[in-house]
Design a protein around this ligand. Structure first.
Ligand code: B12
Length: 266
């Protein structure tokens, strides 16, 4: 196990090898060599704040460099060391994409770099699938979707993975699902739960339309809604609907799933 200062030094050398400099932050550095990853598995296991933080910094610089192979190697190490998947999703995948979003908003990285980082992240999430799909099934089903015109799908994908990890079968429809197709899928799969994701507030009317149309047909189906859009408000918009609720986090989602049997999603 390395000391904090040794970790710092090794991280600096990784950055150097990867061509990462703060002054050139927005540009994609050259691919680092696999050998540049000098964390041991113990260091990557998320034991202790410094370890996770160091691993995150390493991860973020690789992601920004578009270095998919080493991002995958690092992620696989974390998984092999049995990192809690919520930590992997929140403290690595989500945190890095939020940082990427800030850099994009400040014009420090291009749209192409943001797209690359997102597509690498979506690939990395599949590395967790052997763990996620190894869980015993409960027989419960959920449809998970983004509403029409909503192109941010990573959050919804995480929701689907949390459901799978809780033993549910999650039918994840991805981005921009037209309401008529959503309805058709609910009709086909007959889920116990519908989860809808909304990132950008200007799509709120698509969400309200989806909820209204689902309710016209299924009066009892629990509808759980979440996503970045609710950081900015609209939290009471569905108060008049029975069994429609805004869920604030994956942690809350997990505890609601545990309680689902008793409360039937109310
Ligand atoms: C990648 C990205 C894109 C990609 C998405 C590709 C893809 N495959 O998903 C593309 C290029 C399509 C895109 C487009 C746009 N984007 Co964009 N994008 C992002 C970025 C960088 C990352 C999104 C992401 O994956 N985050 C990580 C996930 C895990 O986080 P999350 O979605 O919040 O999900 C978490 C929770 O919200 C929750 N959750 C989500 N859904 C649900 C559902 C349920 C039921 C539950 C329980 C929980 C839950 O669980 C997750 C884990 O905690 C963000 C930055 C950011 N801060 O998010 C900007 C960001 C969201 N985008 C933004 C903007 C402005 C846009 C565009 C309008 C840009 C434009 N001018 O075209 C368009 C809108 C397109 C559209 N119609 O939807 C802004 C939104 C600002 C705002 N105030 O709303 C952001 C915040 C960037 C920024 N800093 O300004 N984007």
């Amino acid at each position: 196990m390395k000391t904090c200062s040794e970790l710092f030094v090794s991280r600096q050398s990784v950055k150097k090898k990867a061509g990462f400099k703060h002054s050139t932050y927005p540009t994609i550095p050259k691919r680092s060599k696999i050998a540049a990853l000098d964390f041991t598995t113990a260091e990557l296991s998320g034991r202790g704040h410094m370890d996770t933080e160091s691993a995150y910094k390493e991860y973020f610089s690789l992601l920004l460099a578009g270095d998919k192979a080493n991002c995958a190697r690092l992620t696989q190490k974390l998984i092999d060391e049995k990192i809690d998947l919520e930590t992997l999703y929140m403290s690595f995948f989500k945190r890095s994409l939020y940082e990427i979003g800030d850099l994009w908003e400040k014009n420090k990285i291009s749209v192409a770099t943001e797209h690359l980082c997102t597509s690498i992240t979506e690939y990395l999430m599949t590395l967790a699938h052997p763990v996620i799909f190894g869980i015993a099934r409960t027989g419960k089903k959920a449809v998970v979707s983004c509403v029409a015109n909503e192109y941010h799908q990573v959050g919804g994908k995480m929701v689907a993975d949390v459901l799978e990890l809780s033993g549910w079968d999650a039918y994840f429809l991805g981005a921009d699902t037209p309401v008529k197709d959503l309805i058709a899928m609910i009709n086909e799969k007959k889920p116990h739960l519908l989860c809808l994701s909304l990132s950008v507030y200007f799509n709120i009317h698509h969400l309200t339309e989806a909820v209204r149309k689902v309710r016209e047909r299924w009066t009892e189906l629990p509808v759980w809604i979440g996503g970045k859009a609710f950081e900015y408000g609209a939290r009471t918009i569905f108060d008049s609907y029975e069994k429609v609720r805004i869920v604030n986090s994956l942690t809350e989602l997990k505890s609601l799933l545990l309680a689902f049997e008793d409360h039937r999603g109310e």
